[in-house]
Design a protein around this ligand. Structure first.
Ligand code: SF4
Ligand code: SF4
Length: 147
């Protein structure tokens, strides 16, 4: 965030994080993504064939004047970011796919497989760890409150 371009930007690159997702292959994978998209500020996008989940969340180090409050010690990922090839482009950013609503996943799945995406309960053994709703954390708080 040090270039001339950044002077005119509202620090678009400091207002989200995006994490890679395993490419969905099963109905359950798509159903999980559908669930991500039910949450405020969550989008899923595909870029050069890779899937990502994005959370709209402002960096805690972003100052009121849209400058980095820890510029000298900012993380590597921020240093590598090139003004001009960045989020400044906004709406012109070229995704392979951008999903902002759960219905878009339904449509994508239907188009891809010719089948409707329907929750079918458990579909055999799970191949990998699934997203969790932190039940255990909530439960431990409840135990602490009631004991
Ligand atoms: S989005 Fe681009 S122009 Fe805006 S602050 Fe980040 S690097 Fe600078
Ligand atoms: S550390 Fe600084 S440059 Fe990096 S996202 Fe936060 S405010 Fe932006």
């Amino acid at each position: 965030m040090g270039s001339l371009l950044c002077e005119h930007c509202l620090a678009a690159c400091c207002r989200y994080i995006a994490l890679p997702l395993d490419k969905p292959t099963t109905a359950r994978d798509y159903d999980d993504i559908r669930w991500y998209l039910m949450h405020q500020g969550v989008t899923v996008f595909v870029e050069e064939g890779d899937w990502y989940v994005q959370f709209q969340t402002r960096c805690k180090n972003l100052a009121a004047d849209n400058r980095c409050g820890i510029y000298e010690s900012r993380p590597e990922i921020c240093r590598e970011y090139e003004p001009g090839e960045c989020d400044y482009a906004g709406g012109t950013y070229e995704y392979d796919n951008l999903f902002t609503h759960p219905q878009q996943i339904d449509e994508y799945y239907l188009q891809k497989t010719g089948r409707k995406l329907e929750p079918a309960g458990e579909q055999g053994p799970r191949r990998r760890a699934r997203p969790a709703k932190r039940k255990s954390a909530k439960r431990s708080v409840l135990v602490a409150l009631t004991s």
